[in-house]
Design a protein around this ligand. Structure first.
Ligand SMILES: [Zn+2]
Ligand SMILES: [Zn+2]
Length: 140
């Protein structure tokens, strides 16, 4: 194990300050997702189908044991004009917003932007939590 890996394992805050450079296989569409091309340090969702995995309690901490699939349910635009994807965990219902990456499928993003937000699967409580997490993270 090299030093970087060791730090990743023992320092919970590692992902807040370091880019995630691991390739992973998307659980939803099965494609291999590599870090190259994301245009930002953190690639936390599949650029093809935009699915993510519930790994974090707080953004970037990898503190969750849930590991459920997080489906993209919508997109929104931040104050600075940057697009973000809203993900919802299929197991526990946690919602979070994540910056889009440079090579995210633009047609998928548009499709979610057009989709009316608010299905029966999304409770008011979830929306409240999500709005709170958006406010926390406007620094981006
Ligand atoms: Zn995928
Ligand atoms: Zn979850």
């Amino acid at each position: 194990m090299n030093r970087e890996n060791k730090r990743r394992k023992y320092d919970k805050r590692y992902f807040k300050t370091h880019p995630c450079m691991d390739a992973f296989t998307c659980r939803a569409c099965g494609r291999l997702v590599v870090p190259e091309g994301a245009g930002s340090g953190h690639r936390n969702h599949c650029p093809y189908c935009l699915t993510s995995v519930h790994l974090d309690d707080c953004p970037g901490d990898r503190g969750s044991d849930c590991h459920g699939r997080m489906e993209p349910i919508g997109v929104w635009v931040r104050k600075n004009g940057e697009w973000a994807i809203i993900h919802r965990c299929v197991i526990c219902g946690k919602m979070s917003s994540n910056r889009t990456a440079a090579d995210d499928n633009p047609m998928k993003l548009m499709a979610f932007a057009m989709r009316p937000f608010g299905s029966l699967a999304v409770s008011g409580e979830h929306v409240k939590n999500m709005v709170a997490s958006m406010e926390d993270r406007t620094e981006g």
